[in-house]
Design a protein around this ligand. Sequence first.
Ligand code: CA
Length: 255
Amino acid sequence: MMMQTTGPNTGMESSMSGSKRPENTAGAKPLVLIVEDEEAIVTLLDYNLRSAGYDTVVARDGEEAVDLALTTEPNAILLDWMLPLRSGLEVCRHLRRYPETSDVPIIMLTARGEEQDKLRGLDMGADDYLTKPFSPQELLARLRAVLRRSQPARLKEILVFADIQMDQGMHKVSRGDMALELAPTEFRLLRHFMQFPGRVFSREQLLDSVWGREKDVEPRTVDVHIRRLRKALNANGDSDVIRTVREVGYALDLP
Ligand code: CA
């Protein structure tokens, strides 16, 4: 007679060892980045998420959190507030500045329950907030909710503004019935504008969102690429949809 020697503890250990995710295959389970320095909570979260059908990856300090968020591009992030090297708040603010992670749902986890802290977390761009101790069921319900809310925007492959269309999957842009050839930077710039039509962005904001990690790029560089993007968009003698707001920046707007 065979005895199963695998207790629940062993099961957790083996699921933890698999938490460094080797590849991000299409159609795979949703990936959740757990950012937590308390081993017992990591184990609890990892076990429950994997049991519920998620893939997980674990960061144990604020620096690792940013690195893993950018390299693994998770579907959601559970982010502890008190962390070594960088606080959860700083991590949250930082991730919101990169195009890869600007719209990933973030649930802050914290021992603090004060209303003031909750507001600070949400101000920094967190989508939801859980106070420790929380039940795994509550966490999973919140996670499903933020994933559901985030999906329409993330799945939006085709962006439209006036007569301009951008197919993100196919990496194609057209205006009217004319296909446009855009260089990679101009493509990202236009995509950013199309995600936030009408909103005015300063050069610094555009550098953060469109250029992301590349340092040493001067604000004037933005002007150069705006000029190129304008030229490409207006090649057919169409009206100029990029509005220059003097002393402020640029917006995608109807003339
Ligand atoms: Ca902590």
